[in-house]
Design a protein around this ligand. Sequence first.
Ligand code: FE2
Length: 378
Amino acid sequence: MSNATIELPKLYDSAADFMPLLGTDYLELYVSNAKQAAHFYKSAFGFQSHAYRGLETGNRELESYVIIQDKIRIILTSPLKSGTDVGKHIEKHGDGVKVIALWVDDATYAYEEAIKRGATHYMKPTLEEDESGRVVRSGIYTYGETVHIFVERKDYNGLFLPGFRKWETPNYNPKSTGLKYVDHMVGNVELGRMNEWVEFYQNVLGFAQILSFDDKDISTEYTALMSKVMSNGNGRIKFPINEPAEGKKKSQIDEYLDFYEGAGVQHIALATDDIIGTIKELTSRGIEFLRVPDSYYDVLAERVGNIDEDIEVLRPLGILVDRDDEGYLLQIFTKPIEPRPTMFFEIIQRKGATSFGKGNFKALFEAIEREQELRGTL
Ligand code: FE2
């Protein structure tokens, strides 16, 4: 990230430019044991130690570890005592994403504009300073108890944010698994509320709807869901929003809403340039992925046409492929990474395709239903 003036090419004309968002700044997860979670994200996902705040930096309430991999920055935060907002969030939701921080040029303007357009206040514009400069942050609520924090860091050249110091782990730095940036982040919202949140992203943040799936696109014998994909003007931030649809049994979205006890982030999609290398590495480090039946690969060539990868290499790894008008993509989904069946990760490699793997939805949802069956939540 630099302080240079940033050009924002308009990919989606209908996205309004009253809210120029430069990209995802960081994600903050509230977790029950940040220290152990940081170790897991380093050892299993290949993140690197970056920054820390806690007792040693004078914070008596919270401990946070910041981990990075290429452009991905994640804060893992736990409370140091009872009765904190962080602790209450974990008690209700389990581990999950609290903050999707958005990088802006002017966090005061972004806040005022969002509030004027109907957003719910979370954090007034707040100046934080240290010897590396100044940062202004402000925040609004989105679905559930999830929030967006606007981060203005053009006058800051420190490591991360004021209040954090460098986190160094000279003896343990597992290598990267090739994860590069956040491709998209999906929210699950309650039945009948998808359009309300679509309008929120249109009206408050100037996003445009770029795709829509209904229960005819996304249904299996038992379950269904609906989804709309929202994008900001430069296409760097994409938020698909899911809601459950009526089905014979309980959908994966219903299961999420039950266990998260409300709306929240369902999955974080991380991009790689080499999905085969990344998935081999993640698998060897213990990450578990959803598996589709082997028959998926028997008809894959017929369904997606020519691809650069050898299908017999993709098959044992469980990597899925889909094609759209612009190219193809490879993707795979982890199982939930916390005790509750809530948040998980997607690993994605785009080879031209700008879509989200519609052709894989059915096989994937059947795979999720098999897991739900085992959990007794279908
Ligand atoms: Fe996704």
